[in-house]
Design a protein around this ligand. Structure first.
Ligand SMILES: [Zn+2]
Length: 817
């Protein structure tokens, strides 16, 4: 089975050298149904099919090892559009496949920040981003429908009218890439996941939730090697449900009537239905489960874990962690259904509320499936699915055993084992060796159990073996002395369930050297400030900078206090935010809508930004102050009346057609972009000067967007200048991509922009899916070492990272001497 839900299903193929025009290795022929045949006879035919977007260059035909491909050239040199794009008209029904795939080659895609693929359907789009992982040859890029997000109101996967490939500008350098053989990925599956596309347009938040919760279920099933198909709720009909076993509704706040009717018919014909969080009234009687009121948590941690009733659901784990904040009450119907699991609180007490109810026709979970405890979730889903599809157990056991060795750079267990054992000569710790031997024994047992048909036990053994392998791999990593190893901490109160002392000790014990705690915003401070409004909790919980700094001094960590600049933040007191607005100090968008950000050109706002950071630098024994949001929100800000006056004065112009002219008139636009940059840079320079004057040892740093060349225009963040002029002592570009190749590309560029000052790249540990992938973190850290950055900055230090990731780092990659 192709692991389709891994965004980049990469098949390593032989290297080719298209650059020289003497490519020997053709793109491999499609072993999948082709829907766009890219073997055009000549350029004219290719150009008739592929339309460039305004500014993009026309496509051409490339002959690669005797086979045809389409060449797409991104003309980024000397132009200023943000992406190169090409559209091909299609008439595709992608309803009953998992997604699409195609062959891709690009020799060096560093001028591109990332690629996107769009599917147009009616008045909307499905969109996905992708980053190639290989620079040496053709690879297969798979775009699963489950990984797409919704823009506008698409009319479902049955009516795809257009595909669009976009390459987003990274550098002002031309680059070309090649594609071949666009085809279908994945065929029929026994399980359908009904995605609530009809509910998505209600709000951006709803669209995100719909996409996220469908993906959580799809990924868990994919990890179990159980094929599933995502169906838009607009596409569900009796025909498309025929022959399937289970329909899953992961988060469906509403459903079209025809869809409900089709599901009812499906269930009457023997199909099983699992719903999460919302049970449509029409389906309740069919499944045999009743739902009631909405129940909010009584306190944080009220719904902390799901405890299964013994023997209620064969193979279910006894406990699965999930921190939910509310549920929909559910009841079993006597004679038809039973409660299989209850919610428990953080202190191990039962809430008495049902978490999962099952019947002979399906089941209901009283909240959505969240991404925490992925192993537990997989097992729970398997028990739910396996209840109706016993074959799923064998399939999952096989997949789990195969997964044991897929870790870090290794794609099977024997390779991982021999690498970890072979590391003994180079000082691979004894702990790593004994862990991998124990993993090997557990794996053998898992294989024997599977052969004996004891699949649930085989799965448990395989999970244990995987965990031992992970430990061995982490222990086998070597630290590099002298590195700057930092974590951002987004909460001013540190890590939930730990005080600052314990949180800092955990970092220090595991070899981290610095923390960047977010202690102030544009409109609120979490310390005793004389400049900014102070958050009311400080009275009770104490001055957070003082507490954090005390712990840092005790355990030898550096403390760089992080400010979210300009953005007042949701915790800013209402009176303060209203006063700023009434005094004309907040930003106004191009369309006239207000922003919750302070206007960077207003002299009083600049003073406030500077004074608050200097206050932190001088009042506390901090090692540094750290800028964030040190930019405009986007290119649509700020068009307040004050900006008009101050821009006209600064540029020596009178703008008649405000605000349109500053964006449309080319010479005004340049002046406008310079004006925006200088408003931001002024503050960086002033903080740097004043803080250093008061405390010469202080370090000034900033979290910045990753692509200086375009971001200096779009958000006015001219951070190369801040490095060149020495305003900063180090810079942390937020390189949160999950693609190591893209990360490496970006860091290499950023090192050039940072020049003489260190660039400690930001690693997006907590924003990846699944969250907190330690193997990927290790890979990214190894890239920073290969590039010689001297350190890195991880986002974000919270409960999960403190408990599950930091100690694993401490075993090897950041181990203390
Ligand atoms: Zn303004």
């Amino acid at each position: 089975m192709h692991r389709l839900l891994v965004l980049l299903a990469v098949m390593s193929l032989m290297a080719s050298d298209i650059a020289a025009g003497t490519a020997q290795t053709p793109p491999p022929k499609g072993d999948y149904p082709i829907v766009v045949n890219t073997a055009y006879p000549n350029d004219a035919a290719a150009r008739a099919a592929w339309q460039p977007m305004a500014g993009s260059a026309p496509v051409s035909v490339a002959e690669v090892g005797g086979r045809k491909a389409v060449r797409m050239t991104c003309n980024f040199a000397g132009t200023n559009f943000e992406r190169a794009s090409w559209d091909v008209a299609v008439a595709l029904d992608l309803v009953t496949c998992q997604g699409i795939q195609f062959r891709f080659f690009c020799r060096d895609w560093s001028p591109v920040s990332h690629f996107s693929l769009y599917f147009q359907s009616g008045k909307g789009w499905y969109a996905a981003t992708f980053s190639p992982t290989s620079l040496s040859g053709w690879q297969t890029i798979a775009i699963p429908k489950s990984e797409t997000t919704v823009e506008g109101s698409p009319s479902g996967w049955g009516k795809i009218e257009r595909l669009r490939i976009s390459a987003w500008r990274g550098q002002d350098t031309d680059v070309e890439f090649y594609i071949a053989g666009i085809g279908l990925a994945g065929t029929d599956a026994s399980i359908v996941i009904v995605r609530a596309d009809s509910a998505a347009p209600a709000s951006a938040g709803e669209a995100r939730a719909v996409s996220q919760f469908s993906q959580t279920v799809a990924r868990a099933l994919d990890d179990l090697d159980i094929p599933c198909l995502i169906l838009s709720d607009r596409d569900v009909n009796a025909e498309r449900l025929r022959g399937r076993s289970i329909a899953i509704l992961p988060h469906n706040p509403s459903l079209p009537d025809e869809t409900l009717d089709a599901l009812v018919q499906f269930a009457r014909g023997g199909g099983k239905i699992f719903c999460f969080y919302t049970l449509p009234p029409k389906l309740g009687p069919v499944i045999g489960i009743e739902t009631g009121r909405h129940i909010a948590q009584q306190f944080d941690g009220y719904f902390s874990s799901i405890h299964f009733v013994e023997k209620a659901l064969a193979g279910a784990p006894p406990v699965v962690d999930q921190k939910s904040w509310n549920i929909t009450e559910a009841k079993a119907v006597p004679g038809r259904s039973r409660v299989a699991a209850f919610w428990y609180g953080s202190k191990g007490e039962s809430t008495g509320h049902a978490a999962i109810v099952v019947s002979d026709n399906g089941g209901f979970m009283t909240h959505v499936l969240l991404g925490d405890d992925p192993a537990g979730k997989r097992r729970m889903l398997l028990a739910m699915v396996g209840h109706f599809m016993p074959g799923a157990w064998e399939q999952a056991a096989k997949a789990s055993i195969a997964r044991i060795g897929r870790i870090g750079p290794y794609d099977d267990f024997d390779k991982a084992k021999s690498a970890i054992l072979g590391g003994a000569d180079q000082g691979s710790p004894a702990g790593a060796q004994s862990a991998i031997r124990a993993a090997s024994t557990a794996r053998d047992e898992a294989i024997a159990l599977r052969s004996a048909g004891r699949f649930a036990e085989a799965l448990s053994k395989a999970d244990a073996a995987a965990s031992l392998t992970l430990n061995a791999y982490c222990m086998a990593q070597q630290p590099r002395p002298g590195e700057h190893r930092a974590f951002w901490c987004h909460s001013a109160f540190g890590v939930a369930g730990m005080d600052w002392d314990a949180a800092i000790k955990n970092l220090a014990d595991n070899g981290f050297t610095a923390i960047l705690p977010n202690m102030l915003w544009g409109g609120v401070a979490f310390y005793e400030s004389k400049v900014l409004p102070v958050a009311p909790e400080i009275k009770e919980k104490g001055d957070q900078i003082a507490l954090c700094v005390a712990a840092c001094r005790k355990y030898g960590l550096k403390c760089h206090v992080w400010k979210v600049n300009w953005n007042m933040g949701s915790r800013a007191p209402k009176e303060f935010a209203e006063r700023m607005r009434s005094e004309g100090r907040t930003q106004v968008r191009f369309d006239g809508k207000p922003e919750n950000w302070l206007c960077p050109s207003h002299p009083e706002n600049q003073k406030l930004e500077i004074a608050s950071m200097v206050e932190v630098a001088t009042k506390y024994d901090v090692d540094g102050v750290h800028f964030d949001y040190i930019r405009y929100p986007d290119n649509q800000c700020c068009f307040c009346e004050g900006c008009r006056k101050r821009f006209e004065a600064a540029a020596g112009v009178t703008v008649a057609d405000w605000p349109r002219a500053v964006l449309r008139d080319a010479s005004l636009r340049q002046k406008w972009l310079d004006f925006r940059r200088s408003n931001i840079t002024t503050v960086v320079a002033a903080v740097s000067e004043a803080a250093r004057k008061a405390k010469p040892s202080i370090k000034i740093s900033a979290a910045v967007f990753r692509n200086w060349t375009t971001d200096r225009d779009s958000v006015g963040q001219d951070w190369k200048v801040w490095c060149d002029k020495g305003y900063l002592d180090f810079v942390c570009p937020m390189d949160y991509t999950a693609s190591p190749a893209e990360f490496e590309n970006m860091v290499r560029l950023q090192q050039g922009w940072a020049g003489k000052i260190p660039c400690y790249p930001g690693i997006g540990l907590s924003v990846w899916t699944p969250r907190g992938d330690i193997c990927k973190l290790i890979e990214m850290i190894q890239i920073t070492r290969r590039l010689g950055t001297g350190g890195f900055t991880v986002f974000n230090y919270a409960e999960f990272e403190a408990r599950d990731v930091v100690p694993l780092c401490g075993k090897g990659i950041t181990r203390r001497p």
